[in-house]
Write a protein that binds this ligand. Sequence first.
Ligand code: CP3
Length: 341
Amino acid sequence: MIKNDLFLKALKGESVSRPPVWMMRQAGRYLPDFMKLKMEYDFFTRCQTPELAAEITVMPIHQIGTDAAILFSDILVIPQAMGIEVQMKPDFGPFVPNPIRNMQMVANIPPTDAKEALKYVYDAIKLTKQMLNDEVPLIGFAGSPWTILCYVVEGRGSKTFDKAKGFCFENPEAAHLLLQKITDVTIDYLKEKVKAGVDAIQVFDSWGGLLSPKDYQEFSMPYINQITKALKDLTPVIVFGKGCWFALEDYAQTGVSALGVDWTLNADVARKLTDNKITLQGNFDPARLLSPIPKIKSMVKEMIDAFGTDRYIANLGHGILPNIPVDHAKAFVDAVKEYEE
Ligand code: CP3
């Protein structure tokens, strides 16, 4: 039994005394202790060493006091497991030396044994669960197949991912085969994560909002829905599509436990689109954590007033930025904990 079960209750739609709170990308980026580990070990070493991944995962629980932990890892471990080389270059981000650009390259991706190739992740989960000692639940995650396609086709981060989009529009058959291969591995991977002990999973569709609603229906949503369908009876599923407000209505029908919303959408619109039935998670503008602390606190209160305390998980509308002062991050969490109607 998990002692602090606010997050799990909110996912089930049960009434809570106050909303649970966690922050996307909370395990890393801004914490000084994390920065120290970052100087010593490169990124994928941190991901692949269960002791390091577990230590980073529990940091925000002890230092900021969030109601859930998210495993320190990355969405790009999936293409790596599929045999696609992915590097993380300091001050540059993800880099794929041989990006996927044609059908032949897609066809050549061998079948992946997610159980074997990503064993280090499941080991990190088991160790993290021991370290958490049932204090708070642990979230596992994966990138959406479309967002993974963005990186492996573009070869690097981008504001527009136009090479990735061009690939889909010029070679839809190859794009769909690639998306399906990623989906199959992701499903096996998430099932193993549940077996290893995660209490919920989140799918990050960070680049879904780059697609038009119609293209989203073709290249992103069907694959996320396959993942939801395969996982929803095993664990609560949260889908976060950055910029994907147009998809909320459809996602609300798919058996997800919660939907993430970013800060470009007001709570009442998000509630209307989901017919007031689904737990929503979000949507504080991460840059707003740069405001003075009293302003952060009043804005958090306004946010909870707007979403309501039930069927709501307080969070940012995207990942925390690296330049957020720790006391500002903590003020955000404290403001949720202090909430009174
Ligand atoms: O809360 C957490 O931080 C848990 C771990 C986590 C990381 N990446 C660690 C990380 C999670 C949940 C992710 C998800 C992720 N990774 C996403 C989806 C969420 C989002 O922010 O949209 C995406 C798109 C990626 C891909 C990725 N990984 C990029 C673009 C970068 C470089 C820029 C950046 O965000 O810092 C990474 C590197 C990365 N992943 C870092 C961390 C802590 C920073 C690099 C480092 O620590 O050396």
